[in-house]
Design a protein around this ligand. Sequence first.
Ligand SMILES: *[C@@H]1O[C@H](CO)[C@@H](O)[C@H](O)[C@H]1NC(C)=O
Ligand SMILES: *[C@@H]1O[C@H](CO)[C@@H](O)[C@H](O)[C@H]1NC(C)=O
Ligand SMILES: *[C@@H]1O[C@H](CO)[C@@H](O)[C@H](O)[C@H]1NC(C)=O
Ligand SMILES: *[C@@H]1O[C@H](CO)[C@@H](O)[C@H](O)[C@H]1NC(C)=O
Ligand SMILES: *[C@@H]1O[C@H](CO)[C@@H](O)[C@H](O)[C@H]1NC(C)=O
Ligand SMILES: *[C@@H]1O[C@H](CO)[C@@H](O)[C@H](O)[C@H]1NC(C)=O
Length: 609
Amino acid sequence: MNTLASFLALALVALQQPVLAVWPAPQHYSKGSSFLYIHQNIKITYNEEFVRWDFCPLAAGRATEYSHSPSAQMTFTSGYTPRSPTSKEIVQAGVSRALDSIFRTPFAPYALRKHGNLSGFEPDVYAGQTWLDTLQITQLAADKPSTFRPRAGDVDESYNLTISADGHTKLTAVSSIGILRGLETFTQLFYQHTTGTFWYTPYAPVTIRDAPRFPHRGVLLDTSRHFFSVADIKRTIDAMSWNKLNRLHVHVTDSQSWPLDVPSMPELARMGAYNPASIYSAADLEAVQQYGQHRGVAVYLEIDMPGHIGSVAESHPELIVAYDAQPYYWYCAQPPCGAFKLSSPDVDRFVGRLFDDVLPRVAPYSAYFHTGGDELNANDSMLDEGIRSNDTRVLQPLLQKFIDRQHGRVRAAGLTPLSWEEIPLEWNVTVGADTVIQTWLGTESVRKVTAKGLQVIDSNYNFWYLDCGRGQWLAFDNGAAFQQHYPFNDWCGPTKSWALVYSHDPTAGLSPAQAKLVLGGEVAVWTESIDPQTLDAIVWPRASAAGEVLWSGRQDASGRNRSQIDALPRLLEFRERMVARGVRAAAITQQWCATADDNSGRACELRVM
Ligand SMILES: *[C@@H]1O[C@H](CO)[C@@H](O)[C@H](O)[C@H]1NC(C)=O
Ligand SMILES: *[C@@H]1O[C@H](CO)[C@@H](O)[C@H](O)[C@H]1NC(C)=O
Ligand SMILES: *[C@@H]1O[C@H](CO)[C@@H](O)[C@H](O)[C@H]1NC(C)=O
Ligand SMILES: *[C@@H]1O[C@H](CO)[C@@H](O)[C@H](O)[C@H]1NC(C)=O
Ligand SMILES: *[C@@H]1O[C@H](CO)[C@@H](O)[C@H](O)[C@H]1NC(C)=O
Ligand SMILES: *[C@@H]1O[C@H](CO)[C@@H](O)[C@H](O)[C@H]1NC(C)=O
């Protein structure tokens, strides 16, 4: 084919091609249709200092990498003392991961083209090559200690990325975390050529200005109902960072099991964990927190109380009431029940010892600690010999005192308390103005919490509970139970499809003043019937859909709701990238929809005429 004809063909394809490559969508993005190749020896500078690519010696792909110890992972980010990262170390490691993404887990978009035909998409390697010669990274301000244990709003994550048609790339950001966000965007502009030895972007020149819509963009992972290994959690953190998600909320204990080793109270995990292999050692916790810190994903813990704490009864039965009480539905939402004795001084002393051990170990990595507070059933205290009542007039003052005490301890450790919505909304407990409230019961809860002037993280179960809609995990007896529960749905179906996740706006219907109090949201991964075998496919790419709402906003720059038809091709492409990088993200539509019209989104769109 002659060069002019092939150029025209390529230009045409590029014009028809709505795929913007980047997920979540940048706030401002313009691109061209020229090709640029990137070489492994690209010159990279950070504040005018040369940065090397620490080429990771792993050979056998993601599985090998993830099944090994934390130190194997750290080869990506060699040369720093993890406890107190410097900005340079953060950026150096980010550069290594970015180049690793492009060159070591490469992605050629066969699955997104009709017949896998990339010849209209990728450049002709014999037609002359323009190389991307430099990546010049500039950080505009110094990081603060809070950059590495941020409260919402502490870190400016904005970045600008430009790639000129002649191959000069500039990335600027205010913080090192902003640089990580920009590097991630950079990686998503590149594809591997089908020759296997070239990597290119078809989008030059590129101009991107980007910043998040919400400062708190999270995933909640429940490690009590099922245990997840450190490798599973690290893999989840990696995928979160690709999605520009920045908070991993580990719901680390519950009534089902206590997997967290508390070194000064070893009996808790020894007797409360499912088995000796299902325990997070202090070193594991530190490794996970450091791993997140280096990727701009703050890991924070929830120890749910005063309900949802039955597993403590395995080692300290005197502190817990209604442990595994039957019938469970009189005392809690699911077996086994178990709550703290609300008026017991022993409980208060226990929590004091627990927090003295745990809080100093999380404070270097997170500004938050979540004390739970959901679904406390008043009936539990009927079985408490010190109370013998389910009257809220009796229980409310006890709960107020309990929350005051525990939140006081959280603050004394330099942390900000988080609490589930029931504490202020159902129990009318007054919480400090600094407290962040996590809502799950819906839009009305967000409205009520913000009306009290409190900050909110939204996890509306109608949209962002990723466990929902997969059927009951309870077994029903033949007869009445069978009849009553047929066809055995779970409580929160239907399944929250990516499109439903994507449709949720945590600030919908709020006044501007109330909307400002919404720090963001979290998708929730409650793990009654989720374990490491299915984790990736449950979470991804549906958490990506929430990730785009939280980073880019439900509305685009013109104030219109983002469209599924615009999102689908990018999400299909990004899902392929996640799979290439070792995360077993689920399929979200037939592959035909991606290939039929060269992943334009048009092939499977439905419009009402
Ligand atoms: C692949 O696409 C190119 C350009 O769009 C076209 O010219 C070529 O015939 C296609 N090849 C096949 C095998 O379909
Ligand atoms: C990005 O560019 C805009 C417009 O030129 C500028 O206002 C902003 O400060 C830049 N931000 C960064 C992080 O470079
Ligand atoms: C409390 O227990 C009584 C039975 O003693 C039961 O009827 C009631 O539904 C229970 N309340 C809750 C909220 O589960
Ligand atoms: C308290 O217990 C009584 C008697 O068992 C029951 O009827 C009532 O529903 C319970 N109240 C709550 C809030 O569970
Ligand atoms: C909390 O306040 C609401 C509204 O005043 C009231 O209906 C509810 O009973 C109160 N709950 C408790 C536990 O006191
Ligand atoms: C925009 O999305 C919201 C939900 O996030 C929905 O309530 C609203 O109807 C949508 N608006 C339009 C014009 O489609």
